[in-house]
Write a protein of this length. Structure first.
Length: 277
């Protein structure tokens, strides 16, 4: 896209940000995601606790994008899950996480419908089923992405030994491993923008918001983590609630980026419609 097109997109995005009141919409969705985050995280950690993954590796990867204060909360959950392995807790965690996370996903659906300028016409069961299926799909994508980071070196070593390229493995696999995990993230955002809203857009329209959300979320998460760890300590101000406060802001930023990606998809679709007139 040339500079003129970029300017048009940015101008429309700024206008729609104000008209659709994305700041308030993100806050509403964040509320539901807070309720969904901990049950889902509990289920994921409890599930992974039955694998050979150590709590040190789990914490190191969870802390990659989270501020230290929020990562401490995750670490405590990891340690507790490792100490108290329980199939009953796993089952309860799965049921609770699916219900709570589907409520959070339903909030995301409402937000994306708002960004796409459409009303929800699907019945309750179809809408809830879409939220439930999307929750499962997102969970699978996150798990695969996480396992690629944790077990990536083992998988890569085995694969490159088969083709006899150990030297090549040392040079490209560290980049390829994270590239694959980011590809999972890209696919996750694409599926969200494609199937969650009550409007189906073309592939080329959806990819604009998908790329923006992927790059924006990874960049914003890394920058926010760096800022909190380097300049702001919520734990000093809010005490034991510091980690929760940092987590809330991180979820808010993530939600806002998802909605902005949806707005970009809608803008792309409207530009295409105008060109046909």
């Amino acid at each position: 896209m040339n500079n003129n097109i970029v300017y048009k997109y940015m101008a429309q995005l700024f206008l729609r940000y104000k008209e659709d009141d994305l700041a308030s919409m993100s806050a509403q969705i964040t509320y539901y995601l807070i309720l969904a985050f901990f049950p889902f995280l509990f289920f994921l950690i409890n599930l992974l606790s039955f694998t050979p993954v150590s709590n040190r590796i789990l914490f190191a990867n969870f802390a990659a994008l989270l501020p230290n204060d929020a990562a401490v909360l995750v670490k405590n959950m990891v340690v507790q899950a490792m100490q108290d392995k329980s199939e009953t807790l796993l089952l309860l965690g799965m049921i609770g996480s699916l219900w709570a996370a589907s409520q959070g996903m339903s909030a995301v659906i409402r937000g994306l419908n708002h960004s796409y300028d459409v009303k929800e016409t699907r019945n309750f069961f179809k809408r809830y089923f879409s939220a439930l299926i999307s929750t499962v799909c997102v969970s699978v994508m996150i798990t695969f992405s996480f396992l690629m980071i944790v077990f990536g070196r083992i998988i890569g070593t085995y694969a490159f030994e088969l083709i006899g390229e150990k030297t090549l493995f040392q040079s490209i696999w560290p980049w390829l491993r994270y590239g694959i995990s980011h590809l999972f993230l890209l696919v996750t955002f694409y599926l969200m923008y494609r199937y969650l809203p009550n409007k189906k857009l073309k592939f080329r329209n959806i990819m604009i918001g998908t790329v923006f959300a992927t790059v924006g979320w990874v960049s914003a998460s890394s920058l926010f983590s760096f800022y909190v760890n380097s300049f702001a300590s919520y734990q000093r101000v809010y005490g034991s609630l510091g980690g929760i406060f940092a987590l809330i802001i991180w979820l808010y930023i993530s939600t806002l980026i998802i909605l902005l990606g949806g707005e970009l998809n809608a803008i792309s679709s409207k530009f295409e419609e105008k060109e046909k007139i």
